[in-house]
Design a protein around this ligand. Structure first.
Ligand code: ZN
Length: 428
């Protein structure tokens, strides 16, 4: 039931939201633990220093606490209050500074004075705090020479890069890759929406008795995680035949599908069909974004598109504390889940059929396929049968027919099943 689905996705996001994820560390492992409660996730890791194509796996980052306290000892910025307060990958610090000295390490959003920005410093070793502009303004009332205790209780040491993987076998060993990043801290749309929808999809596909393709779900830190997976699995990469990156599936905008670099792959047609029929938008490829840019890189050339709503950077809440659990609604998640499953169903079920009774329109009524009361306008279900019979020449696929007829692929697929059962159609 839809309401159960929504409740499961919501509960998972609520548990994941407080975790301090980054590209390495305990937050990623605890996130994978939560996903593994629903699906049989395998955990993989490589040590810091591992070479992954042009990248090197970073030291592991661990954060215990971080704060800025005023002269009375009161924490004016506190990691324990919100994990966005600490710049991700901040190096350890324990010192006293004036506000003037501290300012270069402080990040705010003056245009949204109550929001905390999200900042990272993965590959440049420094430290910093993010805070609401209003908080900084309040600190400034004590003057630039006011003194603050600054503590960043973190470690950056050799450890591991961790990711989760789930393989659901199908009839073909060719794979559909579904990828979600797991490296952002308390940000709901930008990573938790993708994680929670991907988890439900994996559970749904694993429960099906039959699958045409093998499914590989990847829950990995952005960029370094996907590049590391690609570099660790050279023998599996050629099996990836279709793929989707899932992220940013909440927020008020409609669905947005971003094409593969080549733009004419089966997943592009499948997604365009599903998304445009839901009044969503299809955009061309660009080499900026999420992990689709690694999968589509020339050396791999994988047919991986991306499904989101309003893309990163185009909504004000992006990478701020306003991307919270309230920003993502249940309806948005359920629609995104339904749309993703509909895209997968096109990949699973699109094929060509042959009309076995091509000499005029066959008599549907005597086979129980036609409504018994004549005279009304044909329903979509009848039109789907007529279109399927009209066009199934053995090479025109159901998706071709759906697009020409302006009907949902699912409608054509159901009609084809009925016609096969009625002896009027056969898979080519
Ligand atoms: Zn992001």
């Amino acid at each position: 039931m839809t309401s159960d689905l929504a409740a499961r996705m919501r509960a998972r996001m609520e548990r994941l939201y407080p975790l301090c994820r980054s590209i390495t560390g305990e937050g990623v492992r605890r996130t994978l633990d939560v996903v593994a409660e629903t699906v049989l996730l395998e955990r993989h890791a490589v040590p810091s220093g591992t070479q992954a194509h042009d990248w090197t796996v970073n030291d592991e980052w661990t954060v215990r606490d971080a704060w800025i306290a005023d002269a009375t000892g009161r924490r004016v910025v506190d990691f324990r209050a919100h994990n966005l307060h600490l710049v991700s990958y901040s190096v350890p610090v324990r010192t006293t500074m004036t506000l003037a000295e501290l300012r270069p390490h402080l990040h705010t959003l003056p245009e949204h004075p109550d929001w905390i920005p999200y900042r990272t410093t993965y590959y440049h070793r420094t430290w910093g705090f993010c805070l609401a502009q209003r908080r900084l303004d309040a600190m400034a009332e004590a003057g630039d020479e006011a003194s603050y205790e600054v503590v960043v209780d973190t470690t950056l040491e050799p450890g591991e890069l961790t990711w989760g993987e789930l393989v659901i076998p199908g009839e073909s060993t060719d794979e559909v890759l579904v990828s979600a990043h797991v490296c952002h801290p308390s940000l709901a749309n930008d990573n938790l929406s993708g994680i929670t929808v991907a988890t439900e999809l994996a559970a749904t596909l694993a429960a099906r008795p039959h699958r045409r393709w093998t499914y590989r779900f990847l829950f990995a830190p952005g960029t370094i995680g996907s590049i590391t997976w690609l570099s660790q699995n050279p023998d599996r990469v050629p099996s990836v035949r279709h793929g989707l990156v899932l992220t940013g599936l909440g927020g008020p905008g409609g669905l947005v599908y971003k094409r593969t670099r080549r733009g004419d792959r089966p997943v592009d047609r499948a997604a365009a069909h599903v998304v445009t029929r839901r009044e969503g938008e299809v955009r061309d490829y660009s080499p900026y974004g999420y992990d689709e840019r690694q999968y589509n890189a020339l050396g791999f050339d994988l047919a991986v598109g991306r499904l989101s709503r309003t893309p990163h950077g185009e909504y004000p809440e992006y990478h701020t504390s306003a991307d919270d659990l309230a920003f993502v609604t249940d309806d948005q998640l359920v629609e995104a889940y339904d749309a993703t499953l509909a895209i997968i169903d096109v990949l699973e079920r699109d094929r060509a059929y042959r009309n076995l009774s091509p000499y005029g329109e066959p008599q549907l009524g005597k086979r129980g396929l036609y409504p018994t009361t004549g005279g009304r306008a044909a329903s979509d279900a009848v039109m789907a049968m007529l279109w399927t019979l009209a066009c199934s020449d053995g090479s025109t696929s159901l998706l071709d027919i759906a697009e020409r007829a302006g009907l949902d692929f699912a409608r054509l697929d159901a009609a084809a099943s009925d016609l096969v059962a009625g002896g009027l159609l056969a898979p080519e």
